[in-house]
Design a protein around this ligand. Structure first.
Ligand code: ZN
Length: 510
């Protein structure tokens, strides 16, 4: 590469690093706000975060950055493969950021704050009507946002592309249309079998022991505490400041076991991904997970495919019994395993099991698209929600608090592009885990011994280290040898829950 080009590449890296520094500083403030900040700090913290994100946005849309990208793309010189990826991803981020006028960002962020506050109160009072005007504005803003990226086939395509690069409504609908009937059948078949008791998951569980056990477990699966930490919060999350500092948060319930343990495993899955990204990409736009779906797949893989598997608990159950002797001394592993995998047609998405979870997601995806398309009026949302719950799950919320007010997603700014990633994550988790098992059939035996190193090393090599170097579809193809497809997921669910509920497993020819 010529000296001139090398210099431009250096300048590009330096300016991307500054953008990343500003965003990471904002992330530290956000982490502090949801963990330790006293309530009195709210107003000034909101302003501090807004200032940092304004500076980051200015830098991310600066004309000089565009000129550097133009020059590097036009030079015709060979960039190394990671450098070419860096230029491609930086270009994508630059174009996206530049298409959105600053005035829109301001309006949307002011609306987000108002809408969120209105939702918190409306949920408390079970008053959907109070949120309706905000929801209408959110829909208008989402449509306005999408128009910045015209042309598109569907109004939600640009919103999906923000989180799951390259995916479209048509593609997601195609995947969901394969999955939904199979899940409805499986849910119905399980519903016809005797219910499993989950009484052993309830009772008194000391908070300190819960946190210590969760921390012990995530450290054992490979979460590096020299480059991370666990704290308490209202809504668990994972956040990355650099490859040397990837933090997770969790919450506990005194009367129940699963919440803290599995949400910590889930967030640790996100964190293993972030900690596994190559250090070479630190401070650059390549230095994070490739898409929402891929990120969620790693959270789900560790939480469910590993964390709710029998071999995993063959190692961990004696530890659990030792931690909570009063709760588990007289409960068998088989009983416990059945309880943590109990399938139930329930109202609340975040409590849903692996089988019914995606039915909650697909409903939200369809309803938000109908609202964005103008086919569903906001005032009809509560009834549309109840109708779909009846149809898919055979249960119906008596209040909107347990219905269309339960999730924050539609009441915190733009609508669309947030839900599909959960189900794509579940599908990918199965596809990626199945590939790992094919390559290393010994993994379940290793889990029985509490050893996850081979699995983690494989995931690091095939997925984590690459960050955003490859497009999501390319990364999936490289790691698993196939594009995203639902067959491994259905096979996983039918195998696991067929055995748990004594269903005759039909041959799957897909
Ligand atoms: Zn997640």
């Amino acid at each position: 590469m010529s000296g001139d080009n090398e210099q431009k590449l250096d300048l590009l890296k330096r300016s991307l690093l500054e953008i990343d520094d500003l965003r990471s500083a904002g992330a530290v403030l956000a982490w502090d706000q949801t963990t330790y900040m006293p309530a009195g700090g709210s107003a000034s913290r909101a302003r501090q975060r807004a200032t940092l994100s304004r500076f980051a946005h200015q830098k991310a849309t600066a004309a000089e950055l565009g000129c550097l990208l133009d020059a590097l793309e036009a030079s015709g010189e060979d960039l190394s493969e990671p450098e070419a990826s860096l230029v491609r991803v930086a270009r994508r981020d630059f174009e996206k950021a530049n298409k959105i006028p600053a005035s829109f960002v301001e309006r949307a962020s002011a609306h987000r704050a108002q809408s969120y506050a209105a939702w918190v109160q409306a949920r408390e009072e079970d008053d959907f009507a109070a949120t309706a005007p905000y929801l209408r504005t959110s829909i208008d803003l989402s449509r306005e946002y999408a128009e910045f990226f015209a042309p598109f086939a569907h109004i939600c395509d640009p919103l999906i592309d923000d989180t799951d690069e390259g995916m479209t409504v048509a593609e997601v609908r195609q995947i969901f249309s394969e999955l939904r009937p199979a899940l409805l059948d499986l849910t119905r078949d399980i519903g016809n079998r005797p219910q499993v008791s989950h009484a052993c998951l309830k009772g008194a569980f000391g908070e300190d022991q819960q946190l210590a056990l969760a921390l012990f477990a995530v450290e054992k699966i490979g979460y590096d505490l020299a480059r991370g930490r666990l704290d308490k919060t209202v809504h668990p999350f994972c956040t990355r400041f650099s490859s040397g500092d990837v933090r997770i948060t969790t919450r506990t319930r005194k009367d129940e076991f699963c919440e803290a343990f599995f949400s910590t495993l889930h967030e640790a899955g996100h964190a293993l991904y972030e900690q596994g990204v190559s250090e070479d990409f630190d401070g650059s736009p390549l230095g994070r997970g490739a898409s929402a779906g891929l990120h969620e797949s790693q959270a789900r893989l560790w939480e469910n495919n590993v964390g709710r598997s029998y071999p995993f608990w063959e190692y961990w159950y004696p530890v659990l019994q030792e931690t909570f002797p009063a709760n588990y001394a007289d409960v068998s592993l088989q009983e416990f395993y059945a309880a943590i995998n109990r399938v139930e047609r329930s109202l609340i998405r975040t409590d849903a099991d692996e089988v019914t979870y995606n039915l909650h997601i697909m409903m939200r995806f369809d309803l938000e698209n109908e609202m964005l398309e103008g086919r569903l009026d906001v005032q009809d949302l509560p009834e549309a929600w109840r109708a779909r719950m009846r149809e898919d799950l055979g249960v119906e919320p008596e209040t909107d608090r347990e219905g269309c007010l339960q999730d924050v997603h539609w009441y915190a700014g733009l609508i669309g592009g947030a839900f599909q990633g959960y189900t794509i994550g579940n599908i990918l988790a199965a596809q990626i885990y199945a590939t790992a098992l094919q390559m290393h059939p010994d993994i379940p035996h290793q889990l029985q011994r509490g050893d996850t190193s081979q699995l983690l090393n494989w995931l690091r090599r095939e997925v984590y280290q690459h960050g955003r170097r490859y497009r999501p579809d390319e990364l999936i193809l490289r790691a698993t040898g196939r594009p995203l497809h639902v067959a491994p997921y259905l096979e996983y669910l039918r195998g696991k829950f067929g055995a748990l509920y004594g269903l005759s497993v039909e041959a799957d020819c897909s």
